[in-house]
Design a protein around this ligand. Structure first.
Ligand SMILES: Nc1ncnc2c1ncn2[C@@H]1O[C@H](COP(=O)(O)OP(=O)(O)OP(=O)(O)O)[C@@H](O)[C@H]1O
Ligand SMILES: [Mg+2]
Length: 335
């Protein structure tokens, strides 16, 4: 019988679903639109995201997962149930579900995600740690007695981990990831151009021209916002180079954290990392100049995963495969 087990990357920016044997079947923003008058959920995922910033006062678009933690357990449960039902409605056999939760979640929060999966019809649920999933989904053989360093730069947090023998040897988490880079861009434009721009504009700017080190020709971009001087809508032209100092300064928080983990890592494992390089995953690893900056500052080569955004969902699904093969993974929790 075909295997329809599910791997879920419950990210703070997006929730990505991988079905074993099928691949990635769903990728939507992890947001919920709530009607505050009736306390009812109006939309989840892409539909809710499209409403952001365009709703009447009583409708609020919320991110129940923020800064790498679950800030609203009930809403997170709604999200998990909605997506499991969406992708498994045609199943005859109840699926096994593996969930990758943000690294800093508490046991209570993780259990909430597990309960949501069970109440959405999962037969069994497992939790997978994000660095493990990121490495597996990037094709790294983590079963070897060999030190691997994974730096996952997501929406809310950057997680730095050293893995060996299927387990996390050491890890740390810093709030230096996608959303905080967007915030830096908003702040910069407000201070230097006296214009207020929205989150979506800042994110687009970051993806198109943002860089933490000079790695491309200076490029212009036109953005729209509201003038803080006149209060009216304006269009301004910004350049990629002008953002480098502020984004570079912020990215150094991540560099310092990577150095800190390297300093604490046992020498044998550091030797392996020096040979293999650092694996960068997560959407934030696509910020221009970041691999070059980390390599330059640490002296260790960086490689960006072939699937930086999808690898966590893929790896979460792969972990299920290994569990099914009778392989015992110390990071899986069978509730
Ligand atoms: N091409 C790109 N250039 C720069 N940043 C990007 C690019 N593509 C995506 N991002 C950023 O990556 C972030 C999302 O990354 P990802 O999908 O890995 O997060 P997540 O897994 O939901 O979050 P977390 O792991 O923190 O829970 C967003 O801030 C997004 O703006
Ligand atoms: Mg992630």
């Amino acid at each position: 019988m075909a295997n329809y087990d599910i791997g879920i990357d419950l990210g703070t920016t997006s929730i990505i679903i991988y079905v074993v044997g099928k691949g990635i079947v769903s990728k939507e923003p992890s947001v919920v639109a709530v009607n505050k008058k009736t306390d009812s959920v109006l939309a989840i995922g892409q539909k809710a995201y499209e409403m952001a910033g365009k709703t009447p006062a009583h409708i609020v678009v919320e991110r129940p997962l923020q800064n790498g933690v679950i800030s609203d357990i009930d809403m997170t449960e709604e999200i998990v149930k909605y997506f499991i039902k969406k992708v498994s409605s045609s199943y005859v056999v109840k699926p096994k579900v593996a969930i990758c939760v943000p690294s800093a979640v508490t046991n209570v929060e993780a259990r909430a995600a597990v309960n949501a999966a069970l109440s959405a019809g999962a037969r069994k649920t497992f939790l997978v740690e994000e660095p493990i999933a990121a490495a597996l989904g990037s094709g790294v053989d983590i079963s070897l007695p060999r030190g691997r360093m994974v730096v996952d730069i997501g929406g809310g947090t950057a997680d730095i981990a050293v893995i060996s023998l299927n387990d996390v040897v050491d890890s740390t988490s810093v709030k230096c990831a996608g959303t905080q880079f967007d915030d830096r861009i908003i702040q910069y434009v407000r201070l230097n151009h006296k214009v207020l721009i929205g989150e979506k504009t800042a994110e687009r700017l970051k993806k198109e021209i943002g860089s933490v080190k000079k790695v491309m020709e200076d490029t212009e971009m036109e953005i729209k916002g509201r003038s803080l001087e006149t209060g009216l809508p304006v269009k301004i032209t910004v350049t990629s180079d002008e953002f480098i100092p502020t984004l570079n300064e912020f990215a150094m928080t991540l560099v310092v954290a990577v150095k800190g983990v390297l300093e604490k890592t046992p020498p044998e494992l550091v030797g392996d990392i020096l040979e293999d390089g650092i694996l960068l995953t997560g959407g934030g690893s696509l910020i221009k100049g970041l691999p070059e900056l980390i390599s330059g500052e640490t002296g260790v080569q960086c490689r960006v995963s072939e699937n930086p955004i999808d690898c966590v969902a893929i790896g979460t699904g792969m972990a299920l495969d290994l569990i099914a093969d009778g392989y015992s993974l110390s990071y899986s929790s069978d509730y």
